[in-house]
Design a protein around this ligand. Structure first.
Ligand SMILES: Nc1ncnc2c1ncn2[C@@H]1O[C@H](COP(=O)(O)OP(=O)(O)OP(=O)(O)O)[C@@H](O)[C@H]1O
Length: 256
């Protein structure tokens, strides 16, 4: 579904690459967790997949089409097939759950309809359905600012599902949540992933969550892909390699 070939990103003023020569193929049904310490390139990778970040080298093929050279209009079509959830939810706090979820459909509608806020019965039924799917039916008309962090992330997931996406991307969606709530969010993501036969790609810092829920782990280090495989093959030494920086290795090696 998504083929990444020699993907490279170098931001202006950066001495090294944020992503360096990353190649892989991502298929429907993969539930991917991307690991890597802070600055490893996880967000850059996710942002490249939905065209929010232009590669400086390499190619990204989405359903066979190279999106690296797509214009804004073409990228909009790719983006509406890729639902995205965020660490800080990116919701509109003063609007209700329902209103926030309806914004997930904006990519499919005319700017005029979005401006006047008119939705068809079908669109309203879809919004109700995804709110029910994430377990928030009772709160559909409550303002988002009155919800807990876990409930807000459920709204974020419902908004992404309202896009009827093929791909679900998450940029550290549980980083602001406690461990129990994080598990509930991952359980929900797994249910939706399976029911809708999605390709799901989630950046996460918590190795335990990745091992419990992912069908495939990617590990990035200094922009390079250093592991791509099933969770059971991600060994302790690969974990250390992913999270240890070279100076620290020298520190431990010296026995200090
Ligand atoms: N807009 C930008 N302009 C310049 N440099 C950037 C930009 N965004 C990211 N970088 C740099 O690119 C590298 C990779 O950053 P990225 O945010 O992709 O890492 P990450 O693994 O998601 O980190 P974190 O876990 O802290 O979110 C870092 O060195 C970062 O400082």
């Amino acid at each position: 579904m998504i083929q990444v070939k020699n993907l490279t990103v170098r931001y202006p003023d950066m001495k090294t690459e944020a992503l360096a020569d990353v190649s892989l193929s991502l298929e429907k049904g993969d539930f991917v967790c991307v690991l890597g310490k802070s600055g490893a390139g996880k967000s850059t990778f996710i942002r490249c997949l939905n065209g929010l970040q232009k590669p400086t080298g390499g190619e990204i093929h989405f359903d066979g089409q190279d999106i690296s050279f797509h214009n804004e209009e073409q990228l909009r079509k790719v983006r509406r097939q890729t639902g995205m959830i965020f660490q800080h939810f990116s919701l509109i706090p003063r609007l209700s759950v329902m209103q926030n979820v309806l914004t997930g459909m904006f990519g499919y509608r005319s700017s005029f309809k979005n401006l006047i806020g008119w939705f068809t019965a079908e669109e309203l039924a879809l919004a109700k359905k995804v709110i029910e799917d994430v377990g928030l039916s009772e709160m559909a008309y409550r303002k988002v600012e009155q919800l807990s962090g876990g409930q807000k992330q459920r709204v974020g997931i419902a908004r992404a599902l309202a896009q009827q996406p093929k791909v679900l991307l998450g940029d550290e969606p549980v980083a602001s949540l406690d461990p129990g709530t994080s598990n509930h969010i991952f359980t929900l993501l797994t249910e939706m992933h399976e029911r809708l036969n999605l390709l799901t790609i989630i950046n996460v810092h918590d190795i335990e969550l990745a091992k419990r829920y992912a069908t495939r782990i990617l590990a990035l280090k200094d922009g390079k892909l250093i592991f791509d495989g099933p969770p059971e093959k991600f060994s302790d030494s690969q974990y250390r390699e992913t999270y240890t920086s070279e100076p620290q290795t020298a520190y431990f090696d010296a026995g200090i």
